[in-house]
Design a protein around this ligand. Structure first.
Ligand code: GLU
Length: 448
């Protein structure tokens, strides 16, 4: 058991951005690696946005990603009395003072003046700390300003609530996005003024898009719920998020949860911006799907077949025979059952681009009809026999005097029997579909 206590302190706003949940992931991993505590504090002081629904979204996202927390959830609004007591203490020590300030009412645009409480920042010297990710950080006193900690309506501001709660919860390490670095210089002074030990800070790098700009919803899925809807596995997203700002120091990328807990350390966090590479996430998700237990994948496929109104069993083989071929080629669960529906229904849809590219060619029709006849005449219709037949054709000399080649035959046959350009190896696919269906589809495709 260590004395490490870290927290995830989201402000519930309706959707959970990956940048926020990444902070949760890093805190969780650090706590689990250290054998410390991972706490959850809902910073719900914005009463307009912090609805029950928004809070549930945070809890759902955490549960989905397996981010279990220790102790009871703390709701920041429940600590309001502590925030104000701390303000009193700051006022009596002179660390804070009252002043009349003008402000503009955001609702009416009206100017009004009211009394606020300001926290006093130093007028000389420097504020310094060592960030566990960014290294030595410093700010000159002259570059700081006193700031409001209680608004004219009497409500405490984020800075005071955040620090007082961290003191109350005994937080030892604050791991959060580097958009909070500026706040940290303020917060350090509040900790000191309240006579509390200053926690260690680790500011995680910004998540950026391919252009190096902050990753936003314009760049693609940005909220945890969207990744779930789009068929990403939580284990894959978790693994991917850990690599946004951290690396194990060797060439491992696909790492299971236990492996990550074992390997994680703050000193391997990077301070340079972390690029969100959707292609990499897609690849990683495919890896996780490929390694799911076959029964898990099968249950997922079955549920999605049922939802799409397709039969539970494929037409030419059993579901158990088909599953391994589909599983290793599925990149997201939402590929199902679209990427394999031609195994389940007689009337298949053809991808128009594939038809154009592979079937609308001189001689294509005759070739499909010839294969239909040749497949129909094979003594046995197997992976080996169909492959031998197609290979023999491929070796023949074409009109240009060169061998026809496998590509010129395999692609059109694939499109003709599946409607698509991707799928299992062609000869496995033919065997799984069965001879009669293959012959029928070749003849039908010849007429397209
Ligand atoms: N509620 C703040 C946020 O979500 C907390 C930041 C923190 O101290 O971790 O940005």
């Amino acid at each position: 058991m260590s004395n490490v206590r870290v927290r995830f302190a989201p402000s519930p706003t309706g959707s959970v951005h990956i940048g926020n949940i990444r902070a949760a992931v890093f805190n969780w991993l650090f706590a689990r690696h250290e054998g410390g505590k991972f706490l959850l504090r809902i910073e719900d002081t914005d009463l307009v946005r912090s609805t029950r629904e928004a809070i549930d979204k945070v809890l759902d996202a955490m549960a989905w990603l397996g981010l279990d927390y220790d102790e009871e959830v703390v709701y920041q609004t429940h600590n309001a009395a502590d925030h104000l007591a701390a303000v009193e203490k700051l006022l009596s020590s002179g660390a804070a003072y009252r002043a009349v300030k003008e402000s503009v009412d955001p609702a009416t645009g009206e100017r009004k003046s009211g009394e606020v409480v300001l926290f006093r920042m130093p007028k000389e010297g420097v504020i310094e700390y060592t960030d566990l990710v960014k290294g030595r950080m410093r700010k000159k006193a002259e570059d700081t300003q006193d700031f409001v900690i209680v608004r004219s309506d009497g409500s405490p501001v984020f800075h005071i609530a955040n620090v007082v709660d961290d003191i109350k919860q005994g937080v030892t390490h604050i791991i959060r996005g580097d958009d909070h670095v500026e706040n940290t210089f303020k917060h350090i002074r509040i900790f000191q003024a309240l006579g509390a030990p200053v926690p260690q800070y680790a500011h995680l790098p910004m998540i950026v898009n391919a252009q190096g700009k902050p990753y936003s919803k314009r760049d693609g899925a940005a909220f945890v719920g969207e990744f779930k809807e789009q068929g990403y596995l939580p284990e894959a997203l978790f693994n991917f998020l850990v690599l946004l700002g951290w690396a194990p120091g060797d060439d491992r990328e696909v790492m299971g949860r236990d492996e990550l807990v074992e390997a994680f350390s703050l000193d391997r966090c990077k301070s340079s911006p972390a690029r969100f590479d959707l292609k990499k996430l897609l690849w990683m998700n495919g890896e996780y799907i490929a390694h799911q237990p076959a029964a898990t994948f099968k249950a997922e496929l079955s549920a999605r077949l049922a939802a799409a109104g397709l039969p539970a069993e494929p037409l030419g083989c059993t579901l158990d025979e088909l599953v391994p071929h589909v599983q290793i080629r599925t990149k997201t669960l939402s590929d199902l059952p679209g990427n394999c529906e031609y195994f389940f229904k007689e009337e298949i849809g053809y991808d128009p681009a594939a038809v154009e590219k592979r079937l609308h060619r001189p001689g294509a029709k005759e070739r499909l009809l010839a294969f239909a006849d040749a497949f129909a005449a094979l003594p046995a219709f197997t992976i080996e026999s169909t492959e031998a037949l197609v290979r023999a054709e491929a070796e023949k000399t074409g009109e240009d005097g060169k061998p026809v080649g496998m590509g010129a035959l395999v692609h059109p046959i694939r499109v003709a029997v599946s409607g698509r350009t991707e799928g299992p190896g062609l000869f496995e696919m033919l065997a799984l579909l069965g001879r009669d269906r293959v012959v029928r589809r070749l003849r039908a495709a010849a007429e397209l």
